[in-house]
Ligand binder design. Sequence first.
Ligand code: SF4
Length: 362
Amino acid sequence: MTDKSQIHLLDDPTSLKSWLKNNGQPAFRAGQVQKWLMEGRAEDFEAMTNLPAALRNELAENFAIWTSTIAKHTVADDGTEKLLVALADGGRIECVLLRDGDRRTICISSQVGCAMGCVFCASGLDGVDRNLTTGEIIEQMLKLQRLLPADERLSHIVVMGMGEPLANVDNLMAALETASDSDGLGISPRRITISTVGLPTAMDKLTRSNPRYHLAVSLHAPNDRLRNQLVPVNNKIGIDKILAAADRYFDMSGRRLTFEYVLLGGINDSIEHARELAGKLKGRPALLNVIPYNPVVGLPYSTPSQGVIRAFREELEKANITIKFRKRKGDKINAACGQLRRSTPPAISIELPTSKSQPASD
Ligand code: SF4
């Protein structure tokens, strides 16, 4: 944990380089420190045994590696692990490690709470407190990587835990640079998915800056009338503007888009909804990722029946929409889509990427 005079090392990788220079230390020490951290082999400077002891002491005085602690660690029978992370200011967030064959996917949070107000989601129940810092986002990645045995590495990242990632686009982009850098975690940008409710201005910023990541847009409704009710932020935006921004991202990145659709029993799961959705997506190089709702304690929504899910799927397949239904993982430890809370959670479940990189909630 930090004291006020310490610099959070993970928040600004350049700070260590400047400090080394100003203190007459060779620049290669920064690379050594980075390697210890990214390979998950050192908990503190003391453990970095290829650094001189005096330097280790000085670094420990001036820099904090960790600003958060693990408040709770939950493991499910299917190998899914969830961390409740306590931030330095008392905020709580969650992040998840999912195992699926050779894949080691993590789902991370981008904000404390969420301001988007999706009616079926636990994460936004209490609004948003603040954005996570770049360092706090990277800490989630490193804490989850440290759960793996020495011969395993993280393979995929989905940014779809608590918060709207594109409402914190600058800090997130800096953290993903470290995730994808060969001197960082070395995860290919193609295996990193940013899941958004659809904020066109931030989507365009992403398009202009670095369209290397996979983008998943959560629609949840095929028309503005219904989406305004389910995703209140839509009142100020509208589906067509979001689709246009998604198209611009595709034009620049060449990465096939994913559209997410949480299927809510009796709300957005009819044949008419499927037809309307097909009309919106037709002709777009996109995957539709459908997530049967994970019930949240205290919210009045339900999972559709198997028959309704099948009929919804068949209608979209008839229209030649590429569609995938997400596998459920982590339900038993409440680690699924749209159910993370910023306080100690009653129930969460995280939906896991299947083939490409499918996020849970955004
Ligand atoms: S579904 Fe995503 S965008 Fe909507 S409230 Fe939950 S975390 Fe926020």
